[in-house]
Design a protein around this ligand. Structure first.
Ligand code: CA
Length: 574
């Protein structure tokens, strides 16, 4: 009997797969995201680890732990049903293997989710078995062979299996149908939160009218309707003056537009999704929504976040700063970020910029390609990095595009690249969330596992090799210097141009002064991205620098803010 067992098992695996598929710099070259063998292996190891740890935490059987994990999953996107189906078809092998004291690496190799190419080293997250790898794997394979479960053909394309097609399709839809690949103007602003909706750019307050959108100059002072969605419209009955004219004329409204990568989109995998000791019925409630935002949380990002911080810090995003400064800027934000975006592939994203040079207010554009020009998962990572010449040429192309699409009086800020050596320095000997229960997986091990699978988001910095880390930092510095040179030598008619350093050390210092530790600023699960606190600290520091050096970028404080709040309340929210 041919049973699509591997496909079914891959269902829970699939939940975790997209995180590296989407975050991987190579992603842009593969818009029809199909998990690589490396991602499949990682997904399997993560899920089997979680099952094993759930059993330990609750002193329960493997069977009960698999069912527990499924019961935590929401039914949206058919996640829970598919999980139960996977347990039913695939559970027996996992039970037998884990009961024989095999670890997740061995389980996933025995079940062929992880494969070792001839001549390659074994990729493993946990320490190698004491009895030796070959011997243990042979034993594990015998256990699987003897298993009464139906056997099945191996399939590298899990999405071709009928039972999984639906879920795959939903994930593919999320990934490929997002607005950056559309160029229909009326689709750019949406009344729906995810799938590149208002989590990403200001909510469309009238979806049926293509001439109504955040950021435009008001039509006839918005006497009859709110043409720019800032929540200000109508006429003051006391004096007959339109509110938009009274409160906003001369206040020089402006929006913020981020051209960013996964860091700008705030890529985030909550640790509670993979930490057995913290898992509960509530843990995965935000998973379906996060999947439809490509595992990004732009609504909480440093550039365009509009929700209050979940970490409780008082710092604001650039957008919220602008909104507090001038309430006429309400909803005027666009987060044009994509996992894997770099100077070299930004042209595919920038077409989704929504700004009419004649009809709209000026914008502050932040160019923040902070990692993927030096970060890649390739074995020969230095060769795959963008050279300063390639960088110069593409940045200039982007600026020319902006010059022809931005209203006159706009501002463009080129944001430098960080020195990513802080990742290794602060994390390598700490435990990854998967290693905290048994004190076995450090970030050094985690990084090396990702590099071995060739799916590291940044082989150059997430490496034990100091020379390689230094080379990566040197290239990043060269690219930052290229941006600096462009900012000081180039002039454009529709915007002025500035360069600002990505100064991680500065925010680490600020954080330490508040009693924090540097590692608390990095995403725990991926060990790579700046987390929400770091993003907000960086945004705040950028805001301070702009205010000090180039206050004209930010515009004036609107003296009518209190009246706007009095008349329009929360201006329709976000
Ligand atoms: Ca208005």
């Amino acid at each position: 009997m041919k049973s699509p067992r591997k496909g079914l098992w891959a269902a829970p695996v699939l939940l975790l797969l997209p995180f590296y598929t989407l975050a991987s710099p190579a992603y842009e070259d593969r818009p029809r995201a199909r998990p690589s063998t490396g991602h499949t292996c990682l997904g399997c190891v993560v899920v089997v680890s979680v099952i094993e740890q759930l059993a330990r935490v609750h002193n329960a059987t493997v069977q009960a732990s698999m069912e527990r994990l499924c019961s935590y999953l929401p039914e949206k996107l058919s996640l829970r049903t598919t999980c139960y189906l996977a347990v039913y078809t695939f559970g027996p092998d996992v039970i037998r293997l884990l009961s024989a004291d095999m670890n997740a690496d061995v389980v996933c190799h025995a079940l062929e989710f992880c494969q070792r190419d001839p001549g390659q080293t074994v990729c493993h997250l946990y320490p190698l078995p004491k009895e030796g790898w070959k011997f243990t794997l042979k034993k594990a394979r015998q256990i699987v062979k003897k298993s009464p479960s139906p056997k099945y053909r191996s399939s590298s394309d899990i999405c071709s299996l009928p039972l999984l097609a639906k879920i795959c399709q939903k994930i593919k839809f999320t990934v490929t149908n997002s607005v950056p690949f559309r160029d229909v103007d009326s689709d750019k602003h949406s009344a729906f939160p995810t799938l590149r909706g208002y989590h990403w750019r200001g909510r469309d307050c009238n979806d049926s009218d293509g001439m109504t959108y955040p950021g435009r100059r008001p039509d006839n002072w918005d006497v009859h309707q709110d043409s720019n969605c800032n929540g200000i419209w109508g006429v003051d009955p006391k004096d007959g003056i339109p509110y938009e004219k009274k409160f906003c004329e001369g206040s020089e409204p402006r929006g913020v537009i981020l051209l960013g990568d996964s860091a700008g989109a705030h890529f985030h995998i909550p640790p509670k999704w993979i930490t057995a000791s913290q898992m509960s019925l509530k843990s995965f409630s935000d998973l379906p929504r996060a999947l439809t935002d490509e595992l990004n949380w732009p609504q909480l990002s440093g550039a365009t976040g509009f929700l209050n911080s979940t970490s409780g810090i008082k710092e604001n995003s650039i957008y919220l700063h602008l909104w507090k400064r001038n309430r006429c800027n309400h909803r005027d934000y666009q987060n044009l970020s994509k996992n894997g975006a770099s100077s070299q592939n930004l042209e595919r994203l920038i077409g989704s910029l929504s700004r009419n040079p004649l009809l709209d207010h000026p914008a502050i554009v932040i160019y923040a390609m902070i990692g993927n020009d030096v970060c890649n998962g390739k074995t020969d990572t230095v060769r795959a990095m963008t050279t300063p010449e390639q960088f110069y040429s593409k940045v200039m192309e982007t600026l020319k595009y902006l010059n022809s699409h931005l209203p006159n009086g706009s501002h463009v800020i080129l944001y430098g690249l960080p020195d990513g050596t802080f990742l290794w320095d602060n994390l390598h000997n700490r435990y990854h969330p998967l290693g905290q229960l048994n004190k076995d997986v450090t970030y050094e091990r985690f990084y090396s596992f990702l590099s071995c699978l060739q799916i590291s988001p940044c082989h150059g910095w997430m490496s034990a090799n100091q020379t390689l880390r230094t080379l990566t930092s040197q290239r990043a510095e060269q690219l930052s210097n290229t941006l600096k040179k462009i900012a000081t030598t180039q002039k454009f008619t529709n915007f002025d141009l500035f360069y600002v350093d990505f100064d991680f050390q500065e925010i680490v210092k600020k954080w330490q002064e508040r009693g924090g530790q540097p590692w608390q600023l990095i995403e725990p699960v991926d060990g790579f991205h700046p987390n929400e606190v770091a993003s907000l600290l960086l945004a705040d520091s950028l805001w301070d620098k702009l205010q000090l050096q180039w206050p004209q970028v930010l515009g004036k404080e609107n003296p009518f803010n209190p009246q706007i709040e009095q008349v329009f309340g929360d201006q329709g929210g976000h």
